[in-house]
Design a protein around this ligand. Structure first.
Ligand SMILES: Nc1nc2c(ncn2[C@@H]2O[C@H](COP(=O)(O)OP(=O)(O)OP(=O)(O)O)[C@@H](O)[C@H]2O)c(=O)[nH]1
Ligand SMILES: C[S@@+](CC[C@H](N)C(=O)[O-])C[C@H]1O[C@@H](n2cnc3c(N)ncnc32)[C@H](O)[C@@H]1O
Ligand code: SF4
Ligand code: SF4
Length: 368
């Protein structure tokens, strides 16, 4: 069997697809453990590579060549692969992402089927919320647990510039509908771009705090399809804290982080120190959290990416479609995770630094 790998190499393995480099994985070791002792229990599954926005930090203006329909995992394959993760490999939480998961016509059916198979599994969705106003109630009814929504600005012109689509009103309607449908706690994801929306950060935080949403500012990572990212151009976590501190007082949140990308802060009013809520900062570049990583990713076409920045992908779809048993699929997934890089796709942290190569795929094609 030929195993498709990302750049820079292709690799062929034996008929069962065993990877010789994972030969040192102790026999009988349960779960998605890697060589550095991390255990992946958080599964992130991309439902599609397609999207209806063109955020400049993710997609090119003209979009990307979309995968063919039959290249993407079907609803049945998704249910099977999640079942293997949960029942055989210790997956404890699931996040559905993309691309834009809402463009998938069978999203509600997928969630209903996953919920029927796993009554107690936390199932979250990361979405841009375009069209969510019409679907939030159905998603909640189907069993979706909670939702994270991307929103970079409250200014229509800035939104249209960043997302290259004039859809701010639709996103705001989607957020409101998600809240009304009980899909909280709602988390809002915001990527700050220097000179474009960084000055909007305090106003966006005030807006989220008023509504009880948890805003998280995300450092831009080198995962844009245009390969235009530079370390100097990126707005850092330290800058975000400085911008927010002009209007609020931030104090470390005492709750345990538990491997989450976001470091949380309590937000207090400056004059009377009144508690207003929480803000998160996801500092993948300047304050990486790889040593506690518990994530395993499956792309829309069924490939394991052990790390967001992996240059290797292990094809589970081919196995699923070749009549392989759940045990074989689980074993390949375990081998892929055993070989997970230590950090940022390498053996050390350093996005944009020496030794780092940006993956060919954009965030939208990996599944953010
Ligand atoms: N470097 C890195 N960044 C990640 C990883 N997972 C998520 N992120 C970043 O965190 C952002 C927010 O991710 P979400 O999809 O909202 O999920 P989350 O923050 O893990 O989810 P919660 O459990 O709701 O806090 C993503 O857009 C990425 O920028 C990861 O494994 N590595
Ligand atoms: C790839 S999107 C997929 C889900 C959905 N389309 C959305 O935007 O929420 C998931 C998350 O990735 C984030 N993202 C995309 N490109 C990024 C980049 N280059 N650096 C950091 N985060 C990025 C987005 O802000 C979004 O919150
Ligand atoms: S960040 Fe999400 S909404 Fe924006 S282009 Fe990427 S996949 Fe689409
Ligand atoms: S860069 Fe890779 S190792 Fe680091 S947190 Fe993200 S997925 Fe985990």
């Amino acid at each position: 069997m030929t195993v498709e790998l990302g750049m820079p190499q292709r690799r062929t393995t034996d008929p069962l697809g065993r990877d010789p480099r994972a030969a040192d994985r102790p026999a009988g070791l349960a779960g998605l453990v890697d060589r550095y002792g991390r255990v992946a229990t958080d599964m992130r599954l991309s439902l599609t590579d397609k999207c209806n926005l063109r955020c400049s930090y993710c997609m090119p203006a003209d979009g990307l060549p979309w995968l063919a329909k039959d290249a993407v995992l079907s609803a049945e394959e998704i249910v099977r692969i999640v079942g293997i993760g949960v029942h055989r490999l210790g997956v404890r939480e699931l996040r559905l992402t993309g691309g834009e998961p809402l463009v998938r016509a069978d999203l509600v059916e997928i969630i209903a089927a996953l919920r029927a198979a796993h009554p107690h599994l936390p199932i979250a969705l990361t979405t841009n919320a375009v069209g969510l106003d019409a679907k939030a109630a159905a998603l909640s009814g189907a069993g979706l647990t909670r939702i994270n929504i991307s929103l970079d600005t409250l200014h229509p012109e800035t939104f249209a510039k960043l997302a290259r689509r004039p859809f701010l009103d639709r996103v705001l309607a989607g957020i409101e509908a998600a809240d009304a449908a009980g899909l909280g706690p709602i988390k809002v994801n915001s990527v700050l771009m220097r000179g474009i929306n960084d000055a909007d950060a305090p106003a966006l935080l005030a807006w989220c705090l008023e509504r009880g949403y948890e805003l998280r500012f995300i450092e831009q990572m080198p995962l844009d399809a245009d390969h235009g990212w530079t370390r100097q151009g990126m707005v850092t976590a330290a800058e975000v804290r400085a911008i927010l501190s002009e209007r609020f007082r931030l104090a470390p949140d005492p709750r345990a982080r538990d491997g989450a990308p976001a470091e949380r802060f309590e937000v207090r009013r400056k004059d009377d120190d009144a508690a207003l809520g929480t803000v998160g900062i996801i500092a993948s570049v300047t304050e990486p959290f790889c040593s506690d990583c518990k994530r395993t990713r499956i792309t829309a076409e069924g490939k394991v990416m052990s790390c967001l920045f992996s240059h290797e992908e292990v094809d589970l779809r081919a196995l699923l479609r070749s009549g392989a048993s759940d045990e074989d699929v689980a074993q390949r997934w375990q081998e892929a995770m055993w070989l997970k890089p230590r950090a940022h796709g390498m053996d050390h942290t350093g996005l944009g630094a020496d030794g780092f190569t940006q993956p060919d795929r954009s965030m939208s094609a990996i599944g953010g």
